[in-house]
Structure formats: C-alpha cells, structure tokens
Design a protein around this ligand. Structure first.
Ligand SMILES: Cc1cc2nc3c(=O)[nH]c(=O)nc-3n(C[C@H](O)[C@H](O)[C@H](O)COP(=O)(O)O)c2cc1C
Length: 213
C-alpha cells in the first residue's frame, strides 16, 4: 500500500478498542505515541500540555472506581434513555454491542496495561470552553499512532465527572487539568471501518442547508 493510502486506511479504521489484552506494551511504542502527541497543533503553539504515562496498578486502581462511578451516574442513564427510545432492530443491536464494550472497559479500566493521561495547563480559572481545542488534536494523534502500531486505544473523558479527585490522585498542580485518559493495549478484536454518517448528511455549501455535491 502506498504511504498516503496507508494514512487514509488508518484514519478510516481507527475505532475505539475497548477490549484489550493485559500484555505489556513496549516502551518504544509508547514513545512513538507520545512523539505523535507532541506533534499536534495547539493554540498559539503554546504547547501547555503534559502527558502522564500511567503503568502503576495502584494508581489505576484508585482512579478506576471514579470512572466506574461516573458510569452509574452519567453514562449508563444516558445510554439507557437512548435504548428506551429505540425500536428493536439492527441499529438497537449495534448500540447494545457498543454499550457492552463501554461497560467492559469501565469494569476493566485498571487492568489495561498503560494509560496516557492528556493534561493541559488551563490556569487557576479552570480554562474556558475552548481549552480542549488545544489538547484533543494531540489525543487524536495518539489514537492514530496507536492504530498504526497495531495497538488499541480509546479516547475517554468520563473521568472528568470526578475530575478534581482524579487530578489529585495524579498529583496535578493547581491550574493543570486532565482532559482525557487514553487506555492502550493490544486489541482482542480486529480493526475495521468506522461507522459514520455519510457526507451528504453533514456537508453544506456556503450556507447551512444548501447541498454540497
Ligand atoms: C469527547 C469524547 C469522549 C469520549 N469518552 C468516552 C469514554 O469516557 N468512554 C468510552 O468508552 N468511550 C468514550 N469515547 C469514545 C466514543 O464513544 C467513540 O469514539 C464513539 O462511540 C465512536 O465509536 P468508534 O470510535 O468505535 O467508531 C469518547 C469520545 C469522544 C469524542
């Protein structure tokens, strides 16, 4: 495959990999993922980010219950409301499978061999709604790099429901917040094309509502 074809293949097949093997991930691969992260853009190229590689099981075990608590409080009620609104059929079956995977990762979060926690210096006022724009490009680079290396990963943010407690476990100083936890490991499943809405439904020409062909 030509190099650019490989890039597009990676983009179109980087999906959330929530079922991961416990096997350790070599440090040189983690480094490559971190190199991809630091190549991302940030506002004004300020690069006010920090990445914590978490391998220590006790640290993960202190954070997993908070992530799981947010499943009960926020994520599951949200998914359940969606399920209740849906008629039986393939779409609902797909959502049920997705929920199974999300719940699996939740229960086994601490067993994933390595996490990278993406943090940003936001200042003492806690940042503004646009703050994430300076960290999520780095997170997406990590997901793509992990996929290119045959590793599974998922962008997760649910811990932010208990962000202060999580940040305290990680020893973050005042003015620094965690924006994502990316669990990384060798995938149990296979990579495949992502399911997304077609361009026809998403793209407009010059004005919202005008068809782009
Ligand atoms: C802002 C954001 C937050 C997310 N938080 C979580 C999370 O906390 N836990 C999780 O399992 N997945 C999380 N995801 C992953 C999405 O659920 C996933 O990317 C989406 O369902 C598409 O699935 P796919 O990547 O497998 O195609 C998050 C994704 C985004 C963009």
């Amino acid at each position: 495959m030509e190099d650019d074809a490989r890039l597009f293949d990676i983009i179109h097949t980087t999906r959330a990999m929530r079922r991961l093997k416990p096997d350790p991930v070599p440090d040189e691969l983690i480094r490559k993922i971190l190199e991809a992260a630091r190549s991302a853009p940030s506002g004004g190229n300020a690069q006010q980010w920090g990445f914590i590689v978490v391998k220590d099981r006790p640290v993960k075990e202190r954070i997993q219950p908070l992530y799981e608590q947010a499943w009960d409080e926020v994520a599951w009620p949200h998914y359940k409301a969606r399920l209740d609104r849906m008629e039986p059929g393939p779409e609902k079956d797909t959502l049920v499978r997705q929920i199974d995977a999300v719940e699996h990762l939740t229960r086994h979060f601490h067993e994933v061999p390595v996490w990278i926690v993406a943090c940003l210096e936001v200042g003492r006022d806690g940042g503004n709604p646009g703050s994430g724009a300076s960290i999520y490009p780095a997170v997406q680079n990590m997901l793509l790099a992990a996929r290119a290396l045959g590793l599974g990963a998922t962008l997760t943010t649910r811990h932010m429901a208990h962000g202060k407690e999580v940040d305290a476990v990680l020893g973050l100083p005042d003015g620094v917040r965690s924006f994502a936890i990316v669990p990384i490991g060798y995938p149990k499943g296979r990579f495949g094309p992502v399911r997304r809405r077609p361009l026809d439904e998403l793209v407009h020409l010059d004005r919202w509502g005008a068809a782009y062909r």
